[in-house]
Write a protein that binds this ligand. Structure first.
Ligand SMILES: [Zn+2]
Length: 171
């Protein structure tokens, strides 16, 4: 958790909006072209992308950097950047299609931002909690749920841990 609390200083000064991935961004040893040893995401020109052909080429180049990407680091540490909770009677009746929508939304979002991922889906009583690596993907999942299934959608920002909590429910 030390990495997270370090970042709050930047937040308080208001110099920039804290982004959940920043705290997990490799700070040193980031080469021009790097790839994640765990998931194979490529980092180049300050952008992250998935490209299997390109990855094979980059791996064979000894000049390429090897890193663990922010998404994999968060998964490794078990520190989510976003939470989406789903609750209500409606959820129980439509659980299969709702989970389908969550997975499709994640897959589509990953094409644009390969660091926004679902870490885990937890069932606690009648509440499903979806833990994500970034806040943006948690918000997107919540918005897509609202678009497709209406109900109620709320966002809670907590300054302490740089994570967003999105709550969706429908009775
Ligand atoms: Zn990775």
């Amino acid at each position: 958790m030390a990495r997270l609390s370090n970042k709050s200083g930047v937040d308080e000064k208001g110099q920039r909006t804290p982004r959940s991935t920043d705290v997990y961004m490799p700070k040193e040893g980031m080469k021009e072209v790097s790839y994640c040893r765990k998931c194979g995401v490529i980092y180049r020109q300050k952008r992250w992308m998935m490209d299997p052909d390109e990855l094979a080429r980059i791996k064979s180049d000894p000049a390429s950097g090897k890193i663990i990407c922010p998404a994999c680091l968060r998964m490794q540490d078990g520190v989510p950047g976003g939470f989406l909770t789903l609750a209500g009677e409606y959820l129980r009746q439509h659980e299969v299609e709702i989970l389908e929508l969550i997975k499709n939304t994640e897959a589509k979002a990953r094409l644009k931002n390969p660091l926004g991922r679902i870490m885990e889906i937890r069932q606690e009583g009648d509440v499903l909690t979806i833990l994500t690596t970034e806040e943006k993907i948690a918000q997107k999942l919540g918005r897509d749920m609202f678009k497709a299934h209406r109900g109620e959608l709320r966002f809670h920002w907590s300054h302490g841990d740089n994570a967003v909590r999105v709550e969706w429910s429908r009775s």
